[in-house]
Design a protein around this ligand. Sequence first.
Ligand SMILES: [Mn+2]
Length: 328
Amino acid sequence: MHQTEILSNIIEKIKGSKKSLVLSHLNPDGDTLGSMLALGAVLKESGHVVDHVVSDDVPEVLKFLPFAEYVKRPESEGLQKNYDLAFSLDCGSIKRLGSAKSLWFNAGATINIDHHISNEGFGNINWIEPEATSTGQVVYWLTKELKVKITKEIATLFYITLLTDTGCFSNSNTNAEAMKWASELILLGAEHEKVYKKVFMEKPYRAVKLFGAALNNLSLLEDGMLAWTYVDNGLMKSLSAMSEDAEDIVDYMMRTKGVKVGVFFRDDLSEIKISLRSNTNEIDVSRIAASIGGGGHKRAAGANIKAPFDEVKKTVLDKVLYELKSRK
Ligand SMILES: [Mn+2]
């Protein structure tokens, strides 16, 4: 199922190298961090010296992840220089690497591993598997091929990529393959109960309050097929909320009966962050996101726009309404 030639190229690169850099995307989630930390451990096991770099902070709810203590910022002291290899995990576009971009460009070879259909192919080697449940699953295939032992910690990291990217086994990518993989990981010792509890059942109070405020702002359009809401910077500030606290709001909106598309806006003063979700294969939100400079998957995508909120709101909602109307 995976692309054998690309895979053997990557294996060859890994075998011929010693110093590696592994990178997650801005505003890191369970998939990008889980796949980066798992790959870091696998490369170490293959004899590499590895640096783990993210341009944003690791969200509080993900700090418990095995090896999360290794994560550094691009500007941190003590990073190696002249990497043989740089790996980008779960980043659809080079922009998503943030200020780690300069480290990426200085590496001997760059390897882009992802499952976003919209991936721009910005690496020397690009291994993009849109059918993979998570980027973590692509790293899992690589690990198997490298014949590195999957420890309990690595299995737990893979499990979190699966759990978060399937929306706790509820999204359209929750198929027999995903369930089979979950079973394999649990047999390998993945701490599945702990992961679920830590990520989903220990939200900070401020995040739960933010959730409530966002749901209070919820509106429906187009006979209830479009749900949208927003939070502004004033609200975020009054709750001392952080961007990570707003992560799940858009997914929760999609529980509304009859909703086909959900849009969530967050105005953080410097720009408007837009999250898009689709409940139906008829509407591909990655195309809508791409038309405003973002990207993602068919059913989950996003973009950031520097423009006044009312303008952005109108542009995005009009695009979604157009899609909904043309499919009636
Ligand atoms: Mn992902």
